[in-house]
Design a protein around this ligand. Structure first.
Ligand code: PEP
Length: 257
């Protein structure tokens, strides 16, 4: 059975104490439902701020139910890049996944597909899994260019990957107009876009493309998550706002297990 993913992206939120409190709240509750989590092959991942990765890693090190993701990494291996964090640094604190090309970074940091392609390679070279985000903005959807936008983001962000590397890849479809707006994409739109992404992955990687997890992100919550994850070619959710309130995040987990 294919793995399912629920990934909480905490963005630039929470102090260290708040982050630790959330994890401490989650751990016993997850332990209590661990059989249900395992029975559906659910991978639970938290993406806190860089500075909270290490203390959280220490908290979860004897638990197998939560893994760590980073929200970004630099596109060079190392060097004179003040303020940046490399893929190898993340791998050294037991980070397993790195979110690459979130629309907030594409918009505010002007990250391009070329830059994101080098980040994807660095994450893979460091032994972690990149979660490449793609998603059209509202103009692209309104003018019928949504599929073209996704096609270019995927083709541009996934460059020169070996078939071995492809096996570690995840993709997240996150329509920009649905992120943080409460305007979740309809199940029809999610199905249409996830099926389209699957076609691109199959075309590019053959049968290995069938196994690449495709996550949906954009205003998921405890009420809609079960229906969304039931959709065709939906292998998980990338959760922003609704992951910040840890009891709500736990409710989401309970609703899908
Ligand atoms: C996100 O930023 O990746 C996201 C999905 O946010 P939200 O769940 O708040 O829409």
């Amino acid at each position: 059975m294919m793995h399912k993913y629920l990934i909480g992206n905490w963005k630039m939120n929470k102090t260290l104490q708040e982050a630790m409190d959330c994890i401490q709240y989650l751990l016993p509750q997850l332990e209590a439902i661990k059989d249900a989590i395992h029975s559906i092959n659910l991978n639970l991942v938290i993406a806190p701020s860089f500075v909270h990765l290490w203390p959280i890693k220490e908290l979860i090190q004897h638990h197998t139910l939560i893994q760590l993701a980073a929200q970004n990494c630099h596109h060079e291996i190392q060097g004179a890049f003040t303020g940046e964090v490399s893929a190898a640094m993340l791998a050294s604190v037991d980070v397993k996944y790195v979110i690459i090309g979130h629309s907030e970074r594409r918009i505010y940091q002007k990250e391009t597909n070329d830059l994101l392609a080098s980040k994807v390679k660095k994450v893979l070279a460091a032994g972690m899994s990149p979660i490449l985000c793609c998603g059209e903005n509202i103009e692209q959807r309104n003018t019928g260019e949504h599929k073209t936008a996704i096609y270019h983001q995927l083709k541009g962000g996934l460059v020169d990957l070996t078939l071995q590397e492809v096996q570690k890849l995840l993709v997240a479809y996150e329509p920009v107009w649905a992120i943080g707006t409460g305007q979740v994409a309809s199940l029809e739109v999610i199905t249409e876009m996830h099926d389209f992404i699957r076609e691109i992955l199959l075309e590019q990687y053959g049968m290995i493309g069938e196994k690449i997890p495709i996550l949906y992100g954009g205003s998921c919550n405890a009420k809609n998550i079960a229906a969304i994850l039931n959709g065709s070619n939906v292998n998980g959710g990338l959760i922003g706002g609704a992951s910040l309130q840890v009891n709500h995040f736990m409710e989401m987990i309970n609703n899908i297990t």
